[in-house]
Every structure is written in structure tokens, then in C-alpha cells.
Design a protein around this ligand. Structure first.
Ligand SMILES: NC(=O)c1ccc[n+]([C@@H]2O[C@H](COP(=O)([O-])OP(=O)(O)OC[C@H]3O[C@@H](n4cnc5c(N)ncnc54)[C@H](OP(=O)(O)O)[C@@H]3O)[C@@H](O)[C@H]2O)c1
Length: 222
């Protein structure tokens, strides 16, 4: 068992990832803006709060909180979903989704890579199949789709750049999950999504680094 870091850990899929990783004996570092009673109730979880991906000091707060601790698995899960249409193109909303969903994971990966991700470490970024260009059959959701397509591309580059150091990176779609993000709608609960994401993390290695998976194991089109 190793040390697993999860962002967006205070609720939704991230909270459930922390619960399941902790239950199987991983040392969990739970990263969030503000902790929650549910997160605090998980035994032996180290919480680093104050990591706001809309803020310029997010990386520094994380690195200070880690205090040099090496990470075996980083699941960069925090994300936001807004809704823009062609008729209501709210550019600030689109920009915020880029900051949180695309730049956020890239900034944290860049901050973690030099000192905290050693040979054999894994980086799993929670994306959405709404970021798949091939899978886009319905349009709309400009900021969300564009930001998730961007993080997919960033992850491919991370796989190339970190591979020589023995660090594998991939993106995973959690399914349509009943969380606050979806207003409680969805096909599955966070427990099923988290369990699938953890299975994909277990399967991730240098040989399949750069993959885009559904949490159920299916390979998704870019
Ligand atoms: N639910 C689905 O059906 C679905 C489908 C596809 C992909 N996903 C992806 O799965 C991931 C988790 O989603 P979820 O359904 O669990 O959503 P959620 O319940 O809305 O949780 C989102 C998490 O992201 C955090 N977050 C939001 N803005 C942040 C910021 N500026 N800085 C740092 N953290 C921030 C939230 O923290 P606060 O409490 O502080 O806001 C929360 O912990 C996201 O990347 C999402 O895009 C979800």
C-alpha cells in the first residue's frame, strides 16, 4: 500500500475515492478548498485544504501541505460544470472551466512531478467523455467540453514527458454519476464510479500510459 492523493476530496466522487482508498489501507492525502464533515470522519486521512484552482497559489498551498511526502498515486478529480450555449456565450464561465478543469490538473501535475512523483508513481486525471471530439454528437456545453478536451491533450503530453521518469499518466471518465455536479441525476452512485476509477488506477502502468478510459474499463475515443 502507498500514498494516494485525491483532489476535490470534500464531496462527490473525490470523497468516495478517499473512503475506498482509505478502506483498503492506502495513506490518503485529501486535497480540497474546504473540508467537510464527511471527509473529516474518514479515519487517518490527511487533509490539505485551501487549494483553490482558481487561485494563483494553489500549487504552493499543496506543496507546503505535503511537506515533502512522496505520492504513489495522484487522482486529480476536482472539476466544475457550467452551461453555455451559442446564444449565451458567457466567456467568464468558459474561462473558469479552463482554469479548474484543464489548467488546474496541469498546474498540480507540474508542481508534484519534480519531488513528489517518483519512479512507479501514477497520475490519473478525471476527465469526461464530453471532452471527446469523436463522441460529441449533441453540441453545446462549450466551456466544459473544451476544458476536458484540453486536459485530455495535457495528459497525453504528461504521459510522454513523465514516462522517461517511470511515471504513468491517464484520463478516466467516471460515468454519469449522481453528485451535486449533475443535480443528483445519473446512472450510477459515486461508490461505483470510485471503485471503477480505482481499478483503472491499479491497471495503469508505463505500457498503457496516455490512455483514455471509461471507469468500466472501456477505451474511449479521443
Ligand atoms: N458527476 C458526473 O456525472 C461526472 C461525469 C463526467 C465527469 N465528471 C468529473 O468528475 C469530477 C468530479 O465530479 P463530481 O461529480 O464529484 O462533482 P462535484 O460533486 O460537484 O464535486 C466537485 C469537486 O471539485 C471541487 N472544486 C470545484 N471548484 C474547485 C476549485 N476552484 N478549486 C478546487 N476544487 C474545486 C469541489 O470543491 P468545492 O466543494 O470547494 O466546490 C468538489 O470537491 C469532475 O472533474 C467532473 O468533471 C463527473
Amino acid at each position: 500500500m502507498g500514498t494516494a492523493l485525491v483532489t476535490g476530496a470534500n464531496r462527490g466522487i473525490g470523497l468516495e475515492l478517499c473512503r475506498q482508498l482509505s478502506a483498503r489501507g492506502e495513506a490518503v492525502v485529501a486535497v480540497c478548498r474546504t473540508t467537510s464533515a464527511e471527509l473529516d470522519s474518514i479515519e487517518d486521512v490527511r487533509v490539505i485544504s485551501g487549494v483553490d484552482l482558481l487561485s494563483a497559489d494553489a500549487e504552493q498551498v499543496l506543496i507546503d501541505g505535503l511537506d515533502g511526502k512522496p505520492i504513489d498515486l495522484a487522482i486529480l478529480n476536482a472539476g466544475i460544470l457550467r452551461n453555455e450555449t451559442l446564444e449565451r456565450l458567457d466567456v467568464e464561465s468558459i474561462r473558469a472551466q479552463f482554469e479548474v478543469n484543464a489548467l488546474g490538473p496541469l498546474r498540480l501535475a507540474s508542481a508534484l512531478a519534480p519531488a513528489h512523483l517518483k519512479t512507479g508513481a501514477k497520475l490519473m486525471i478525471v476527465t469526461s467523455r464530453m471532452g471527446s471530439i469523436e463522441d460529441n454528437t449533441s453540441g453545446g456545453r462549450y466551456g466544459y467540453r473544451m476544458s476536458k478536451a484540453a486536459v485530455n491533450m495535457a495528459t497525453r503530453s504528461l504521459a510522454h514527458d513523465l514516462g522517461p521518469r517511470g511515471v504513468a499518466a491517464a484520463v478516466v471518465h467516471p460515468g454519469f454519476v449522481r453528485t451535486e455536479m449533475t443535480g443528483g441525476h445519473g446512472f450510477i452512485d459515486p461508490s461505483e464510479a470510485a471503485s471503477g476509477i480505482i481499478s483503472r488506477c491499479d491497471e495503469l502502468h508505463i505500457g498503457n500510459s496516455g490512455s483514455f478510459w471509461h471507469q468500466n474499463g472501456e477505451a474511449l475515443p479521443w
